[in-house]
Write a protein that binds this ligand. Structure first.
Ligand SMILES: [Zn+2]
Length: 377
């Protein structure tokens, strides 16, 4: 087992100040992350200047929807001594990638190219939620294996946020990105996410970005507001959100740009991978990663066999599952794939919504031990 753990920082004060601390603490990682995405975009044929211009436009959108988020981006730029557009680019990375395809794809019918291009930039993942009635200790847990580009693994960080606005929370993010993708706040509201793709992704730009919604989920003390942060306005691209509350409510929102499927735990257990299960949108990511169709149901079955006895150790064991390796729940890089395109489980995370803690690894959970990170009080 690797001894490697995720680096953590506590961010305090006003948004700009928090960003500065983030940028100063992880300046090397932020720089590396910017270069990594610019390389990835270039590898897939997206123009560097175009995505940076697009990032500036998205910063205006962010300022409009959530001024504090925009300030925190500027703070990271200041702290890491990098230009603001580079940091905005990271924070709107799901949205900006579509800029290059929008114009050329206008005359095309949906499915083919457009769906494929977007999918290249979309994270994998297998997520879950378990209600208190199926766990050994009567607590609710959510979490996931976050499968994404191997080159991003060293830029994954933990932020413990104790700000002047919004609730304290602990989250897992990428260096330079304000909104954590997985986390839990002091009210016991938790978040996990999965990549989803539809043919309409990217068709309507300049809507509130994905990562801003993640931050808003973790900033509120009310479950209804967390749901609202995801669905209150239409989106530029698709994404799956697993929301959990320490009192046991778990809700899955499969979001396409203009439509949402709502899904709930069945017999206390919810799992999700990278395809739409409801019919509110045409689902395309599974064409690129067919293993999505197996990972979600398999994780459900592995958890269901332990119904009533589920605890953190059992969840860890299920997240280490290797059926059909390397494209397994515990995801490993495929040696047949080009190095720059390889993906693996960069983080495995279990959120204890009662304790407000995250148990998380710094790589595939079969090779890395779980470290515990607490929400600041
Ligand atoms: Zn493994």
């Amino acid at each position: 087992m690797s001894e490697k753990t995720l680096p953590a920082v506590t961010l305090t004060g006003e948004p700009f100040e928090r960003g500065q601390i983030h940028g100063e603490t992880f300046s090397a990682e932020v720089r590396e992350n910017v270069e990594r995405y610019l390389s990835l975009f270039a590898h897939y044929g997206t123009d560097r200047d175009e995505v940076l211009e697009e990032a500036i436009k998205y910063l205006e959108v962010i300022d409009e929807h959530n001024e504090a988020y925009g300030d925190e981006i500027r703070g990271i730029a200041e702290g890491s001594d990098l230009p603001v557009p580079q940091i905005a680019l990271l924070n709107a990375r799901y949205e900006v990638v579509y800029s290059a395809y929008r114009d050329e794809a206008e005359d095309e019918t949906v499915s083919g190219e457009t769906a494929g291009e977007g999918a290249r930039y979309t994270d994998g993942c297998t997520s879950f939620g378990v209600r208190p009635d199926v766990t050994a200790d009567g607590r609710a847990y959510i979490g996931e294996n976050w499968d994404w580009n191997v080159g991003v693994a060293d830029q994954v960080v933990v932020t413990r946020v104790r700000g002047t606005d919004g609730l304290n929370h602990v989250a897992i993010t990428e260096a330079g990105i304000v909104g954590g993708k997985m986390g839990v706040n002091e009210a016991g509201i938790g978040l996990a996410v999965n990549g989803l793709v539809t043919p309409t992704d990217g068709k309507t730009p300049y809507r509130k970005p994905f990562h801003v919604r993640c931050r808003e989920v973790l900033s509120t003390d009310r479950f209804a507001n967390a749901i609202g942060a995801v669905i209150d306005t239409d989106r530029t691209c698709s994404g799956n959100f697993v929301l959990g509350h320490r009192e046991g409510e778990i809700l899955n929102l499969e979001t396409a740009p203009e439509t949402v499927n709502y899904r709930y735990p069945e017999a206390g257990i919810l799992t999700h991978a990278n395809h739409f299960e409801g019919d509110a949108a045409e689902s395309t990511l599974e064409r690129i990663i067919p293993h999505s169709l197996v990972r979600g149901p398999r994780l459900r079955r592995l958890l269901a066999t332990e119904r009533g006895a589920i605890d953190v150790d059992i969840i860890k064991r299920t997240l280490r599952d290797h059926f059909d390796k390397p494209s397994s729940i515990c995801h490993h890089a495929d040696p047949k794939t080009a190095p720059i395109e390889r993906e693996q489980t960069n983080v495995s995370v279990i959120a204890d919504l009662e304790e407000r803690t995250l148990h998380a690894t710094a790589g595939p959970p079969c090779e890395h031990t779980y470290e515990t990170y607490h929400c600041p009080t």
